[in-house]
Design a protein around this ligand. Structure first.
Ligand code: NAD
Length: 486
């Protein structure tokens, strides 16, 4: 069978490159495809083409026709649903069920949602008077920000890319998308979709490649890019900030987390256990919102640990399509090494390994994949490395606490501030405690429920700005005030 080659999509044309790199499957280490790395000249052509479309054909379209085209992207993703699911599981190793119920449908929904949402948005108007009684109207208008670089990670490849593309396009911008080098498949299919539904050349461009000394760096330093929207590691965000500083480019950052789950004595134990199993181990722990620090109030601690450990040990590491498959591998050998190193450090720092900690044994091709066991630690110091750094794997540490004040201090004792889960049946406490957590998102008695209208983002090392609903549209727009003296 001939090797699959993923191409770039520049100015309405698919273009391969002499520089090919491997797209590797995490579940058995096999090569899924070879990927065309774009070079600096490709970035220049894509930016020029985007700027041309921005001031021409794309800006001349009515809002209705623009949004109709965007929502056709969602329809076409639906039409090619199985292709998208296959590409996503081949690149990430995630269970079929997860790709079918989360990644691909939510990826399509992003286009449907923002193409409708923008049509309901208004702007401000202030009615006032001069000292001599003349009437003044101040009103604002919304314009596209320009050409946006969209840089995405590998953990939810289609979902996180489209989360930014959809509002950027709805607000009238042109985009250059750079998916992660680890997961180029679904983005390549998306380029085929844009091509098929008839987007004008230059409005959407896709460039494959890496970060430093590759497409990522070329884009963030390019004078033709007006704004950068990025999801990834906090340290990468910091590098991008430096690259963007000379051009004072607008930045929207969704970065890492070290998220706590706080379980009070009065919580519904089974709900808290099931919810925490999800929040720790979903996507093999590779969701920025995943819990890595669990705090359980003393009276419930023993019972929680018993049930939680039992459930973690029931997770099944299987091929994505397997009948019982709810736990996939990590994304790469490098990442597995990083996670295993964090396990060793936790043990040498005095942590008690409750379950997992190693690599599962297989007798089939999974031997060559990047699998790892669901892992639980206890007994670590709040200031240990494990408790401070994001690990981004299927692991958590469970601590006990006595009072609300004590757990609040522990939960907020981190440089990150993305998300938290609070489990309690005391509604008053749920409200007051959640408001004191220094994070962008709190889930009470749940985890990862998303309403696309709500603000999404983090504090401190977890990001800059908020996306979702009007927060996204605000970032992707320039707002001009017009003052009219009547
Ligand atoms: P990463 O930072 O390594 O890479 C993300 C993207 O940035 C990739 O496309 C990569 O090629 C590119 N990149 C890397 N260096 C660059 C540079 N110097 N200039 C420009 N681009 C560069 O992140 P990852 O490993 O792909 O993703 C995992 C991380 O993402 C975790 O830290 C996770 O918490 C975070 N994340 C955050 C959110 C959120 O919403 N807050 C969501 C998902 C993932």
């Amino acid at each position: 069978m001939s090797q699959l080659i993923y191409k770039n999509y520049i100015s309405g044309e698919f273009k391969s490159s002499d520089n090919l790199f491997d797209d590797i499957s995490p579940y058995d280490g096999s090569i899924v495809a070879r990927v065309s790395e774009a070079n600096k000249a490709d970035v220049d052509v894509a930016v020029r083409s985007a700027r041309k479309a921005l001031s021409g054909v794309w800006s001349e379209m009515t809002l209705d026709s623009r949004c109709a085209l965007i929502s056709r992207v969602a329809d076409e993703i639906d039409n090619r649903f199985d292709d998208f699911v296959s590409a996503e599981i081949a690149d990430t190793g995630k269970p079929l069920n997860q790709a079918e119920t989360i990644d691909i449908p939510r990826g399509a929904e992003n286009f449907r949602f923002f193409s409708n949402y923008i049509k309901s948005m208004g702007t401000e108007l202030f009615d006032s008077q001069t000292h001599d009684g003349a009437k003044i109207l101040n009103y604002s208008i919304r314009k596209p920000k320009g050409v946006i670089a969209v840089i995405a990670p590998w953990n939810l490849p289609l979902l996180l890319l489209t989360w930014k593309l959809a509002p950027a396009l709805a607000a009238g911008n042109c985009v250059i998308a750079k998916p992660s080098e680890e997961t180029p498949g679904s983005a390549t299919l998306l380029a085929e979709v844009f091509d098929k539904v008839g987007f004008p050349a230059g409005v959407f461009n896709l460039l494959h490649g890496f970060g430093p000394a590759s497409v990522g760096e070329y884009l963030t330093k390019h004078s033709g890019i007006d704004a950068i929207t990025f999801t990834g590691e906090s340290s990468t965000g910091s590098e991008i900030m430096k690259a963007a500083a000379p051009g004072v480019k607008a930045l929207s950052f969704e970065l890492g987390g070290k998220n706590p789950a706080i379980i009070f004595d009065d919580a519904d134990l089974d709900a808290a256990v099931n919810g925490t199993i999800k929040s720790v181990f979903s996507n093999c722990g590779q969701v920025c919102l995943c819990t890595e620090r669990v705090y359980v109030q003393s009276k419930l601690y023993e019972r929680f640990m018993e049930k939680f450990t039992l459930q973690a040990e029931k997770l099944i590491e299987n091929w994505p399509e397997g009948d019982a498959s709810n736990f996939g591998p990590l994304i790469s050998e490098d990442h597995r090494k990083k996670v295993l190193d964090a396990f060793s450090k936790a043990s040498s720092d005095g942590g008690n390994l409750i379950t997992g900690g190693g690599v599962p044994e297989f007798s089939d091709k999974r031997k060559s994949g990047f699998w790892i066991e669901p892992t639980i630690f206890t007994g670590l110091d709040e200031d240990s490395e494990f408790m401070k750094n994001e690990i981004f794997g299927p692991v958590c540490h469970v601590s006990q606490f006595d009072s609300e004040d004590e757990v609040l201090q522990m939960a907020n004792n981190t440089d990150y501030g993305l998300a938290a889960a609070v489990w309690t049946t005391d509604l008053k406490r749920a409200h007051s405690f959640s408001a004191k957590l220094d994070v962008g998102i709190v889930w009470i008695n749940s985890w990862y429920l998303r309403d696309l209208r709500t603000p999404f983002g983090g504090t401190k090392l977890s990001g800059i700005g908020r996306e979702g609903g009007h927060h996204s549209i605000d970032f992707y727009s320039e707002i001009s005030n017009i003052c009219l003296k009547l």
